[in-house]
Design a protein around this ligand. Structure first.
Ligand code: SF4
Length: 343
């Protein structure tokens, strides 16, 4: 049975035509599912009964089960979902400072093996479909209540640009006024730096935010942290990002996880200045790493972080320092992983 969330509004209108139904019902169906969170076709009271029966026979709406919910003392909630093939994924809702951000996964596991990230520890299983990505958003929207889900980041398990078609389709549906109506500028894709996909994304005319995992500003160190650097080295990556920001006129955020005794001294800050200093449409987001026991990773102390940050500011790099949330439930950056899978 097809998941109705795999269809854009236009695709659903076309399907309704095949049922000899009026296409305006597509907007009503979108409204029931995405705005009112009603997941039983027979409960769509303004849809003719014969159409409801046809929809019920052709489509499913929800295909996963929420099997675990963890709540952090800071309000962050981590959800564990199980899809019909038993695949497990996690997503997170983070209320902070007047906004509520949902962090979604795009793949079951990850194949890129970044050394600081727990997400790939169990290997790669499969891509999520557009419908499954949207399903995460439906859950996050419910868990955000009574607040409203305002922002989305594609920073959970998986590399979004390695699942390009499904992710871009899901973003178009999430962004559409008939569905969640979350503004493109409130949606961030985070990538480890897949150059052809960044180039393709620059053609999509989507006003989304792009964030690139940098974590080191010289190839020798980045290669140790991120095996993808072998295929797409820094010089090519930065040139591609500059082309992206010129074409889209959008700022790119470079994520930099600070790891004790590895990439957080002044020499590393100097490399970063050489790489990005003076480039106005770029920003570095410093993220003191979390403790990940399997990977023996720890953050530098607060003074080291501030010295590093000050050096960048003094040398013309736009910098922010991310405040981590959800650490007590392993929901912070790089911590999403299926802990029970290792038991
Ligand atoms: S940081 Fe992203 S690309 Fe790298 S292993 Fe983790 S999930 Fe995969």
């Amino acid at each position: 049975m097809q998941d109705i969330k795999d269809l854009t509004l236009k695709e659903l209108e076309d399907r309704l035509k095949q049922f000899s139904s009026q296409k305006y019902h597509a907007k009503q169906i979108f409204s029931w599912i995405y705005k009112k969170s009603v997941f039983d076709f027979m409960a769509l009271s303004d849809i003719p009964e014969d159409l409801r029966v046809k929809l019920k026979g052709e489509f499913s709406i929800i295909s996963s089960k929420l099997i675990k919910l963890q709540k952090s003392s800071d309000g962050t909630q981590k959800l564990l979902l199980q899809f019909s093939d038993k695949s497990l994924i996690e997503c997170v809702v983070i209320p902070a400072e007047g906004r509520v951000t949902g962090c979604v996964s795009t793949q079951v596991g990850c194949k890129f093996g970044c050394r600081f990230c727990a997400s790939g520890l169990s290997g790669f299983k499969r891509n999520l479909t557009c419908a499954e990505i949207i399903e995460e958003v439906l859950y996050l929207k419910e868990k955000a209540k009574p607040l409203k889900l305002t922002h989305l980041v594609f920073m959970g398990t998986g590399e979004p640009l390695d699942n390009y078609v499904e992710v871009v389709k899901a973003i178009r549906i999430i962004n559409s006024p008939e569905a969640f109506n979350i503004g493109a500028r409130r949606i961030t894709i985070s990538t480890c730096g897949i150059i052809p996909a960044i180039q393709k994304l620059s053609e999509e005319k989507l006003q989304i935010e792009l964030s690139v995992s940098l974590h080191a500003a010289v190839d020798s160190l980045r290669l140790k942290l991120m095996p993808i650097n072998k295929r797409y080295p820094l010089k090519d990556l930065i040139n591609t990002c500059k082309e992206y920001s010129e074409k889209t006129n959008r700022q790119i955020t470079f994520e930099y996880i600070m790891i004790k005794n590895l990439n957080s001294n002044l020499e590393n800050a100097e490399y970063l200045v050489k790489l990005l200093g003076g480039w106005k449409l770029s920003k570095v987001n410093l993220i003191p790493s979390n403790f990940i026991k399997e990977l023996k990773i720890a953050p530098p102390n607060k003074i080291e972080v501030l010295i590093f940050k000050d050096y960048l500011v003094k040398h013309g790099v736009n910098v922010t320092l991310r405040r981590e949330r959800g650490q007590d439930i392993d929901a912070a950056c790089g911590q999403l992983r299926l802990a029970y899978a290792h038991k």
